[in-house]
Design a protein around this ligand. Sequence first.
Ligand code: KG4
Ligand code: ZN
Length: 349
Amino acid sequence: MYLNCLNSFYRMKNRKTLTLGIETSCDETSAAVVENADVVLSNIVASSLKFHQKYNGIIPEIASRAHIESISLVCRQALDKAAAKIQDVDCICLTKGPGLIGSLLVGVTFAKGLSLAHNKPLIGVNHLEAHLYANFLSQGNRTSSRAYIKPRPPFIGLVVSGGHTNLFYAERDFSFKILSSTLDDAAGEAFDKVSRILKLGYPGGPYIERLARKGDPRTLKFNCQGSKGLDFSFSGIKTSVLLEAKKSGGSIKAKRNIAACFQKAVVDTLIEKSLRACMRNKLYTLVVGGGVAVNRYFQGRLYQEARLKGVKVFFPDKGLCMDNAAMIAGLGSRLFRRGIFSNYYLSPS
Ligand code: KG4
Ligand code: ZN
């Protein structure tokens, strides 16, 4: 294994590197091929979302079974679309966590099998750090503005997904230090729960965002500032929303205002804590990632308020905000360049 890593590492110094990424942390089975740590040649995503929607949340057992059914085909499609063979790939990168244990196990086991069968180095990648790395990718098949304007490390990273809300300090070499986490629910989870309270759909983010456009964000005072430090807390706000929803009787006007005021409170908190982290660390680049990052109201407000503080903000392309394997392959290639490999004892963490 060690010699095999070294061989690939030296070969890589003289030519392009091709990385195969595999992501199975939640309900998306994804595989991607990325060239030189930044150009996405293919990024195939198969989701089992439709099987979970009637339960208003992800059912872990259904998700892992769906991964087993589609992972082989998804990997084949990613290689075919990139016009690559598994033999051309320099390393195999996979999501090692965090995520649903059953789902992660499918990706980890499949990637180990590929690595062993084809004698390729194996690299486990942190899913949250990879969400931030999505900002450093360019789509290979079209000219993207992202190919020209990319953030530069060191930076402050904000991950806002369905399971996590974290602030990171990212070093120049793409190593990450956690600055803060959520003490209870994640921001995306709060969107999902409030959507359930308002009897909308799953996942809640897009429904709340759409409804909030017609509401007045000044009508109700919700608060999710949580701790005075940089940690987040989004569980209290859903109780306030529940009480307000009961009181208002469920008219469409009331629902719109609740959605707008809830979204504003969450966004206010995300902005205030991230900009405070930037100021405290004297870093003027803020990189955002995760499913909630597609929210246009959040994007607009953050761009506006960051500009006032001299902070440059970066969001990934829409398709790279949600779970995908391109971000895993991209960050994995960086680890490969730094000579950081995993061995066959790798287990989901
Ligand atoms: O990063 P992601 O795809 O999966 C996890 O790693 O969790 O994020 C999914 C989360 C869900 O909670 C979903 O409600 C939220 O992202 N989301 C949104 C929006 N679109 C998706 N939240 C707010 N506004 C949106 N437009
Ligand atoms: Zn995610």
